[in-house]
Design a protein. Sequence first.
Length: 426
Amino acid sequence: MNVLIIGSGAREHTIAWKLSQSEYCDQVFVAPGNAGTTMFGTDACVDIHNFEEVAKFATDFNIMMLVVGQENSLVEGIHDYFQETEYLRHILVIGPKKAGAMLEGSKDFCKSFLQNYNIPTARYKTFTEETYREAVEYLRSHNYPVVLKADGLAAGKGVIISPDYEHALDALEDMLRNNRFGKAGTKVVIEEFLQGIEVSVFILTDGKEYVLLPEAKDYKRIGEGDAGLNTGGMGAVSPVPFADDVFMQKVKDRVIAPTLQGMQQEGLDYSGFLFIGLMSVNGEPYVIEYNVRLGDPETEAILPRIKSDLFELFKALHDHTLADYKLEIDPRTAATVFLVSGGYPEGYEKGKEISGLDTVSNDVLIFHAGTKMLNDKLVNNGGRVIAVTALADTMDEALDKANAAAESITWQDRYYRKDIGFDLRA
């Protein structure tokens, strides 16, 4: 069976790597892919936002499964398009339809859903430019720090934590009046700041049954000690020590079960991954956000721990047999470290030659994100460039292996955090 993966980052590279191991996959295509995805498949020069173009490619290359790696295509309705087009209906799509994708596509919709189904989350209110003065008064009376979120998709950068009223007021004006996040910021969700530690929980679900995947903890800030600006992700660790059986049972009972109940009650046709961003507050899970696809860099840490055939897992999703599926997990720890371009997440230069990949140990996994071939040389082509994943019996050993590999991969001004997992170490 031929599979088409939509996306171009390390997440999609990791999915291609995992699917290529399945005896059921004949060919793996990645659209548009990157310099690394060609190691496990074929890059497809397709405009992924042009569904007619994606459909033509799917027909021309006899695609039988479409795996949507990134959120934009889901929010834009690619699953709906395939389902509503007669000659595409036979293709198995991994990813929810547009209505379900709104759980990520709109923070306001997400918070309303959480509130309606009594799923633990931070208190909030939503404002627009028309209610700007009300938002100012709300901020004036709010406790600090406070969290401001752009309602729509903002590439993981639409969240601002303000330490005081003046900072929050500047952020609000920047978002609602100065158009900082474009259309994504026409609504702003203001919510209370939860003091705790984050964990990412993942399920694959058909909206009724689900399989729980390995959890992970990612690190979003650019600077060590979680300082500086938010990024798309600087690293991840899986498993997460504090996400023990007691905590995860609370997640199943208080978060996953009512989420699936809500999907059914709302009539959301959901078939794909659900990423639940959680805050553990004194051991109690609170939902920060939903994402309707796998996380990045968490994918690079959790998929290497899944021993089961990923294609078979996807088949169980579409056969509605997830309740009977037994996922086999590697008990070892996976640690992922991301190498990024100097200056990221703000301005950075592209086209710098990357070296040192040939020196990395064979038992360390390399997943490409912002890379491309230029005049037969591998160069950086984005902010986040390469993810390095190592597995070992302990977290410290996995991090040591990942950091050693990261140090050996270089290009001009490359940067990586050397303290991933710092808050989980004993």
